[in-house]
Write a protein that binds this ligand. Structure first.
Ligand SMILES: Cc1cc2nc3c(=O)[nH]c(=O)nc-3n(C[C@H](O)[C@H](O)[C@H](O)COP(=O)(O)OP(=O)(O)OC[C@H]3O[C@@H](n4cnc5c(N)ncnc54)[C@H](O)[C@@H]3O)c2cc1C
Length: 374
C-alpha cells in the first residue's frame, strides 16, 4: 500500500497516476480535498522555468479525457505590458519558453484590444503565448478526487497525519489521529505542513509559509481568451465571466494552527483591485464580489522540492513552493514514478533535491526578509 499524505493537487495527482499504474493507494487528508491552496489559486498552467514544463504542456490538453471530468482547462495566455519596462520583462520571460520551442507573438495595441477591449488605447501592448493556459482549480481538484475513486483508490478525509514511523531506514506506518496505517511507501505532499511531517523522520525541509489573496468581480461578457493578465497580476476569466485575479505581495506568516486563513480584506485586496483597474482602464463599472486568502509554502530559492529520499528510502517529498497547480498533472506523474521506480523517466529532477539547501543558514528566513509580519 502506498500512502499519499495531503489531498491538494500534488497528492491527488500522484494518487491518480499511481492508480493509473495499477498500484494500491490511500490518500490521507486532514480536511477536505482541495480545500487549501489547491482550490484557491489563480488556475495558471504555464511554468516554462520548470523541468516539468514540457510534460505540463503535453498533459493539460488531455486531462479532461484522462480524468473523465471537466477541469475547464483553456489554452494560451496573453501577458500585457503597460509600459516599456513591463514589456522588457515579459520578453525576457517569453524567451524561456521560446528557447524550448514554444511559440509566441507580440501584439501591438490594436491587436491587443481585439482580444481585450478593456485595455486603454495607446501604450499597452502584449505578448500572446501560444502555449500555457489556465483551468478551474475547484473543478480540477474534484476531477482528480472522482477519478481516484473511480479507479478504486481510497481517500480518507478529516484524518490528520501526525508522524511517519520508520524502522531500519524505511517508513513502515503512517500515524494518524484515527490510528496507524501500515505502508510500503509514502508520498508526503502536505503543502506548508510538509516540513512538520518531515521532522518526524529527521529530515529538514526549509519552508516559509505566506498568505496570498485573490479577488473576484461580477461577471462580464466572455472574452475570446480568458487567460489575460499583467501589471503584476495573474488570473483568468471564469466561464461564467467573473474576473478572478491575484498577485501578492506575499504576507509572511507562521503556521500556528489550521492552514486556512480566516480573515480577508487586508490591504493586499485593495492593491489587487487597484492594479486590475490600472490594467483594464476601460472595464465597465463592476464590483468585487468575493476575495479569499490561501497559504503557499516557499523554499529559499522559490523552486519545488521533489525527491525520493535515501533515508527513509521509501519516502518521497513533494513541496511545490507556490507553482503547484499548473504543474500538478506532470508532478503527480513524476512522483508516481519516483515512488514506484525510484526515478522519473521524462524530466531531470536532480535540480529539485533538498541537498541544494545543505549550507543554508539557520536564520535564512530573516536574511531573505521572509519572517512573519515582515
Ligand atoms: C491565491 C493563490 C494563487 C495561486 N495561483 C497559482 C497559479 O495561478 N498557478 C499555479 O500553478 N499555482 C498557483 N498557486 C500555488 C498552488 O495553489 C500551490 O502550489 C498548489 O496548490 C500546491 O498544492 P499541494 O497539493 O502541493 O499543496 P496544498 O494545496 O497546500 O495541499 C496540501 C494538503 O495537505 C493537507 N495536509 C497538511 N497537513 C496534513 C496532515 N498532517 N495530514 C493530512 N493532510 C495534511 C492539507 O490540508 C492540504 O489539503 C497559488 C496559490 C494561492 C494560494
Amino acid at each position: 500500500m502506498i500512502i499519499v499524505v495531503g489531498g491538494g493537487v500534488t497528492g491527488l495527482s500522484t494518487a491518480f497516476w499511481l492508480r493509473q499504474m495499477g498500484h494500491p493507494v490511500t490518500l490521507v487528508e486532514k480536511g477536505i480535498v482541495g480545500w487549501e491552496a489547491s482550490g484557491r489559486n489563480g488556475g495558471g498552467c504555464t511554468h516554462p522555468y520548470s523541468p516539468l514544463f514540457r510534460e505540463e504542456q503535453r498533459l493539460w490538453p488531455m486531462m479532461d479525457e484522462l480524468l473523465g471530468y471537466p477541469t475547464e482547462w483553456r489554452p494560451h495566455r496573453i501577458r500585457i505590458g503597460l509600459d516599456e519596462a513591463q514589456m522588457t520583462r515579459l520578453r525576457a520571460a517569453t524567451m524561456i519558453a521560446t528557447d524550448q520551442g514554444f511559440q509566441s507573438e507580440e501584439l501591438d495595441n490594436k491587436a491587443l484590444r481585439e482580444f481585450c477591449p478593456w485595455v486603454a488605447e495607446g501604450t499597452p501592448r502584449a505578448i500572446h503565448w501560444k502555449h500555457g493556459g489556465h483551468a478551474n482549480p475547484q473543478r480540477t481538484v474534484q476531477a482528480y478526487a472522482w477519478a481516484i475513486a473511480d479507479r478504486g483508490g481510497t481517500i480518507l478525509q478529516h484524518t490528520t497525519v501526525q508522524a511517519i514511523e520508520t524502522r531500519g531506514g524505511r517508513a513502515v506506518a503512517v500515524k494518524t489521529d484515527k490510528g496507524s496505517i501500515g505502508c510500503d511507501a509514502v508520498v508526503v505532499a502536505a503543502g506548508p505542513h510538509t516540513a512538520a511531517i518531515a521532522r518526524s523522520f529527521d529530515v529538514r525541509v526549509p519552508l516559509a509559509p505566506a498568505r496570498v489573496e485573490m479577488i473576484v468581480t461580477e461577471p462580464l461578457p466572455l472574452l475570446e481568451l480568458g487567460g489575460i493578465d499583467g501589471n503584476g497580476l495573474y488570473g483568468r476569466q471564469t466561464l461564467r465571466g467573473n474576473l478572478a485575479y491575484g498577485g501578492g505581495p506575499h504576507e509572511w506568516i507562521d503556521l500556528d494552527g489550521p492552514a486556512t486563513p480566516r480573515a480577508v480584506n487586508s490591504p493586499v485586496v485593495a492593491g489587487l483591485a487597484r492594479r486590475l483597474a490600472e490594467l483594464f482602464t476601460r472595464l465597465p463599472p463592476v464590483r468585487v464580489i468575493r476575495s479569499w486568502g490561501g497559504i503557499v509554502e516557499n523554499t529559499p530559492d522559490g523552486r519545488p522540492v521533489l525527491e525520493r529520499l535515501s533515508d527513509p528510502d521509501n519516502v518521497v517529498i513533494a513541496t511545490m513552493s507556490s507553482v503547484g497547480f499548473g504543474l500538478s498533472p506532470a508532478t503527480g506523474r513524476a512522483l508516481a514514478q519516483l515512488v514506484v521506480e525510484g526515478e522519473c523517466d521524462f524530466a531531470d529532477l536532480s535540480q529539485l533535491k533538498l541537498s541544494r539547501f545543505g549550507n543554508l543558514a539557520p536564520d535564512w528566513r530573516a536574511r531573505q526578509g521572509w519572517v512573519a509580519g515582515a
